[in-house]
Design a protein around this ligand. Structure first.
Ligand SMILES: [Zn+2]
Length: 287
């Protein structure tokens, strides 16, 4: 029985948890002795926990978190993030579904967690970027600044009408329902109606992505949730091509029609991360 128990304790997953706890103790500037005192235990208790000779239950884990001044949910969150990474892939993301349309909420969350764990991004940056894209910036003002709209209103009254139209919108993309990156777009396009398209009754809100994929030049766009610029990074971080040639091939297979120089520009991220040990590039990479 003893053998079985210690075998379970030494699972990779449990090692991850004890490593996170030791890390949290060191960050809190506490010795094993000090933590033990705070817990009302002997120093050997902490030592045994960290050496995985004693398996913690949830209540004990919670008490340790309180003593360290960290949130239990943070420790669990860090532990959970290790599920997304694969030690055999040098701590990179585990294998994920090949197409982003097949990604679950777990996959997306894992990607963000991995960005934070690897030090590429902070949660603060992710939140700040999201906040910026929630702001319907230049949705109304872009309309009100156009002469083709202004001509329908008495002088200096265009903005008041646009503002009313703006407030009455549902605040979501009419096609996909997202609140992010909204833009004003025509219901009947300008290609059909010309300047007559520029009337408030003919305007709606679409997200940037849905706006782009409606254009005939972006036939492949509907295959993915991501905009092209996001897709480029998604390919880089999830496919992790080891040469520029491979990256370009992935991009073309993904349906991207842009010029190669755009791929080369994005490839800079691989070069930057390589210098910090966060990406691997083979010697025969073209760039
Ligand atoms: Zn949309």
């Amino acid at each position: 029985m003893e053998y079985m128990a210690s075998k379970t304790i030494y699972s990779d997953s449990y090692k991850d948890l004890t490593a996170i706890l030791r890390d949290a103790r060191e960050k809190a500037g506490m010795t094993q002795e000090q933590l033990a005192t705070a817990l009302g235990e002997d120093q050997s208790f902490v030592s045994k926990v960290e050496r995985r000779e004693r398996r913690l239950d949830l209540e004990e884990l919670r008490r340790i978190c309180i003593a360290l001044g960290v949130h239990l949910s943070d420790i669990i969150g860090q532990w959970e993030a290790t599920i997304a990474t694969d030690p055999s892939r040098r701590g990179m993301l585990r294998e994920t579904p090949p197409k982003d349309s097949g990604w679950s909420a777990f996959n997306w969350k894992s990607l963000i967690d991995w960005f934070v764990q690897s030090g590429i991004l902070t949660y603060k940056e992710v939140a700040a970027l999201t906040l910026g894209h929630l702001n319907p910036s230049q949705v109304g003002t872009s309309i009100a600044s156009k002469k083709t709209f202004q001509k329908h209103f008495p002088a200096r009254q265009c903005w008041a009408a646009v503002r009313q139209w703006h407030f009455e919108q549902p605040g979501k993309c009419i096609d996909c329902g997202t609140r992010l990156e909204l833009q004003a777009d025509h219901i009947e396009p300008r290609e059909i109606l010309g300047d007559d398209a520029d009337r408030l009754e003919n305007m709606t809100l679409r997200c940037r992505r849905c706006n782009v994929i409606r254009r005939p030049s972006h036939k492949q766009g509907g295959l993915t949730f991501l905009t092209a610029e996001a897709g480029l990074m998604w390919i880089l971080f999830t496919k992790r091509p080891r040469t520029y040639q491979e990256f370009e091939k992935h991009c073309r297979e993904y349906g991207m029609t842009m010029a190669n120089i755009r791929f080369q520009e994005s490839w800079a991220m691989a070069r930057w991360l390589e210098r910090e040990g966060l990406y691997e590039i083979d010697k025969d990479s073209q760039f």
